[in-house]
Design a protein around this ligand. Sequence first.
Ligand SMILES: *Cc1c(COP(=O)(O)O)cnc(C)c1O
Length: 246
Amino acid sequence: MKTRIKDNLASIEKRITAACAHSGRSRDEVQLLLATKTVDADRIKIAIEEGYPLIGENKVQELRDKYEGIGTDNCTRHFIGHLQTNKIKDILKYGVTCIESIDRISVVEKLQQLLERDNRTIDVLIQVNTSDEDSKFGVAPEAAIEFIKEVATYDRLHIKGLMTIGLFSAEEKLVRPCFKILKKVQQEAIALQLPNVEMKELSMGMSHDLEIAIEEGATIVRVGTAIFGERIYPDSYYWDEQKSIK
Ligand SMILES: *Cc1c(COP(=O)(O)O)cnc(C)c1O
């Protein structure tokens, strides 16, 4: 198990390094986020110990269940899953420093309220639906700038950039435009120089498309399968509220 994860990480590292070189970027401009849904704490710890301390969970329950097992000093936690208003207070309990999946004002309002109560702030990324698929969450690209302006008025949330899940396709010509859209929204937002908005981070690219994402400017790639192996649950379980598995 250990060697498998180490070998997989080594090959992901090679892919990231090659993609950076190919697009004239420095390797340290891109962080590898371990997408750890369904992966148990022991396996996650192997990857953290290999030098990859950024992890991302999709479900509050998994965040909670693995919290002790993984520990707190050795890693940074992002939340990358769909947000439900009634679960937000739990996300704040388990050491999440950045929520990458902000896509509705109802969630933003709730967050602001809880953060005020705790007298703290949190980093966020705005999730944009660049693939125009109903099954994916995120604000529409056309609505993104207005949404960013609105979120920026909530002072407990610090906007650090954007996140997207690209189209699932082996065809590069269908995937690349998704990442270009995210980059375009970023450039528009930067030009507006909004207070409380930094647009440094572009979280995009997964196991199958990280090279394309890096070429298009990703600063965070989120990789699960290529490190930890195939998952038993379909991704729709994580991405679609209507579906659930007992
Ligand atoms: C699962 C997941 C990933 C990683 O996907 P893989 O194809 O397993 O690399 C990235 N981002 C999000 C939001 C995810 O839910």
